[in-house]
Design a protein around this ligand. Structure first.
Ligand code: SF4
Length: 656
């Protein structure tokens, strides 16, 4: 019997209409856990590294995490994986909500699609019964609307449906996959789904998931729930509002946007409005948010309620969480939050990433102002800020006129437009739009996370360690006094010594070696979450979360029966981290690509930045190009990866 996981994947060949239930190898679970780890293994094994992201050979995987569907709070993530059309590297994007637990209860750990359907279809998975169904009547329908139409058609109100909108159908590179209470938004997984001809995947599952040691597991879950309750009642003091609690940034609950509106940048990631947040704005924005937010909602088996149902008169309801309420508003330089909620409704139905898409539009209008794009490109475009954004959003998702070029994201659009447009693509990492932040002094920890993170989105790399020093020694001592999650006292000492100014401040403190250590810890937690399917909002992202390095091995052992301790889990993390790196290295990723957004910090330190990269690569056991060495790979049971890289001449003979 398999524990924690179902032990079966669903393999669907869309070109041939073939559906198979395939038993998986339990050894792979021991080596990689599940979710991201086993997705990476499949991508490595099955795909020629030179394949185009839209090649029929590329598998599109919906992988549940190892703990999904168990009683572990917040274990509900689906890890959607393919090659990203935008970065050309491995794309993996998390989806919360209810879909992954439902799939596990239907009896599958992953759905793996290959080939392409000749016509638009949707997939209906109902326990052992799996069908590929015609979706021609759903063509052009909104991503949220489609979910409801499918539930009605199937007469299954409890089916969990993940769907794309028009953007995915048209292979817009920022297309998302929307699903009830969450979405897989980053890196264009919706475009790959659309390219394969899949409009939606509906799932209903009623089977049990077996646990190896249920009583022990439930006790661990109860402890985690107790700690969540404690943290909800005892917010972390002396940090900004959204960092005080658990969950993904509590944007739907909190109305205080001083920090974001004054520190994130407006337009095409350029302008900071340091005096934006007045009492008057606060009152106006609070009123808007409270009038459209009908209720706060949670993902499967989580008490946190990070999302909200947004209902605006005259528009269909949708789910919002995180920063999307701000991204369109700030990119368009609109002072009214009402606009953000309204345009996000249209964007959610279209199915586009709420971080990247507003940036693309701000970029386009900057090019127009600079005379690089012309009036002819914007013929028919209204002149007001709100109207302009609606107009361009419609063009992008339909790939009409200039929208067709912009639909490939800022990096590729700039290449196509030319005439100096490349200089305006200043907020990208690895060809991908980044969060529009503009700060003063380089932060060495963030430099490393931005530059080297495989996930690319910074909010999904950072966490656990404070983002900034505490002002006083009392505050520092208070912070470390109950920091049970801290894996080593050396991190506590850094918190105690870190200052805003002077010798022990950014960019030279934390020191190079300390920065590498901090980044490794933060990455470790994200990689474990993504293999287990636990929401980062309860583990790797917030300060003092319920899941951490000390209790995770116990959860894994009690759920699966795998003998796991902290060293073993670190080994799995390193294995998955290096496998992902190897996939991207095989796709051409090198040191020259590992740069943060050009204008992210005003003060840059090229020499220090090189030292940081050198030290990080050395710590990881990589060469100075960021390529894992043969010895590193062999130590992690990845000798087959080393052999492949050696055969391709990527690892040179005698490199170690
Ligand atoms: S913490 Fe928030 S985003 Fe995470 S599972 Fe819970 S409700 Fe969902």
């Amino acid at each position: 019997m398999r524990y924690g996981e179902t032990g079966f994947n669903l393999e669907i060949d869309l070109s041939r209409g073939n559906i198979e239930r395939v038993e998986t190898d339990p050894k792979l679970t021991e080596l990689h856990l599940g979710g991201l780890g086993t997705n990476a293994k499949i991508l490595w094994d099955r795909v020629a590294p030179e394949a185009d992201p839209f090649s029929p050979d590329i598998p599109l995987m919906f992988g549940t995490g190892l703990l999904c569907g168990t009683p572990a709070p917040g274990a509900n993530r689906t890890i959607v994986t393919a090659y990203s059309p935008q970065t050309l590297l491995m794309g993996y994007s998390m989806m919360g909500g209810f879909w992954a637990p439902e799939l596990k209860h239907a009896g599958y750990d992953k759905v793996i699609f290959r080939g392409k359907s000749p016509k638009l279809v949707y997939i209906w998975i109902h326990n052992d019964k799996v069908e590929i169904r015609d979706a021609s009547h759903l063509k052009g329908k909104g991503a949220v609307e489609t979910q409801e139409l499918i539930r009605q058609e199937l007469k299954e109100p409890n089916a969990q449906v993940a769907a794309i909108g028009l953007a995915g159908e048209n292979r817009v590179y920022t297309a998302s996959i929307e699903q009830g209470r969450s979405s897989s938004s980053r890196l264009g997984m919706g475009a790959v789904m659309g390219d394969k001809g899949i409009k939606a995947i509906a799932v209903r599952g009623t089977k049990d998931i077996n646990l190896a040691r249920p009583a022990e597991f439930i006790e661990l879950c109860n402890d985690a729930l107790k700690y969540i309750k404690f943290r909800n009642e005892n917010p972390v003091p002396n940090v900004m509002t959204i960092l005080q609690g658990l969950g993904s940034p509590q944007e739907m609950f909190h109305v205080d946007e001083k920090w974001h509106t004054e520190n994130f940048s407006w337009g095409n990631a350029r302008t900071r409005r340091k005096d934006f947040w007045t009492k008057e704005v606060e009152l106006r924005w609070k009123e808007v948010q409270e009038s459209v937010r009908t209720r706060l909602i949670s993902c499967y088996n989580c008490p946190m309620k990070c999302g909200a149902i947004i209902s605006i008169p005259g528009l269909s309801a949708y789910m919002m969480k995180c920063f999307t309420k701000l991204t369109y508003t700030m990119a368009a330089f609109v002072d009214d939050l009402d606009f953000g909620f309204k345009i996000a409704q249209r964007a959610t139905e279209y199915g586009v990433d709420g971080f990247s898409t507003p940036q693309i539009m701000a970029f386009a209008f900057e090019l127009k102002e600079a005379g690089i794009l012309t009036d002819a490109d914007f013929a028919g475009c209204p002149s007001d800020n709100e109207g302009k954004f609606y107009w361009l959003l419609d063009r992008i998702v339909r790939r009409e006129g200039i929208g067709d070029i912009l639909a490939d994201g800022i990096h590729w659009a700039a290449q196509k437009i030319g005439k100096g447009a490349e200089a305006y693509a200043h907020n990208n990492i690895k060809k991908h739009e980044q969060l529009p932040l503009k700060l003063g002094m380089l932060n060495p920890v963030y430099f490393l996370m931005y530059a080297t993170g495989e996930k690319i989105n910074i909010t999904q790399i950072e966490g656990q360690f404070p983002q900034a020093p505490f002002a006083t020694m009392e505050e520092r001592e208070e912070f470390i006094s109950d920091w049970i999650q801290c894996p080593d006292d050396k991190f506590k000492q850094i918190v105690l010594d870190w200052e805003f100014r002077g010798e022990r401040s950014n960019p030279y403190y934390p020191t190079v070696d300390m920065s590498v250590d901090i980044v490794d810890w933060q990455e470790k937690m994200h990689y474990i979450d993504d293999a287990l399917g636990v929401c980062a909002g309860l583990s790797s992202f917030p300060l003092k979360p319920p899941y951490h390095m000390h209790n995770y091995p116990k959860f894994i052992s009690a759920a699966t029966g795998i003998d796991m301790d902290e060293d073993g889990l670190t080994q799995v993390y390193n294995r998955n981290r290096n496998l992902l790196r190897a996939i991207n290295v095989r796709r051409g990723l090198r040191r020259a690509d590992e740069v943060p957004p050009e204008d992210h910090w005003k003060k840059r330190f090229p020499e220090l930045e090189e030292k940081l990269l050198d030290a990080y690569y050395k710590f990881k056991g990589w060469d100075n190009q960021g390529i894992p060495t043969k010895e590193t790979l062999q130590k992690l049971d990845l000798a087959y990866v080393a052999e492949d890289l050696e055969q391709r001449g990527i690892i040179k003979n005698g490199q170690d």
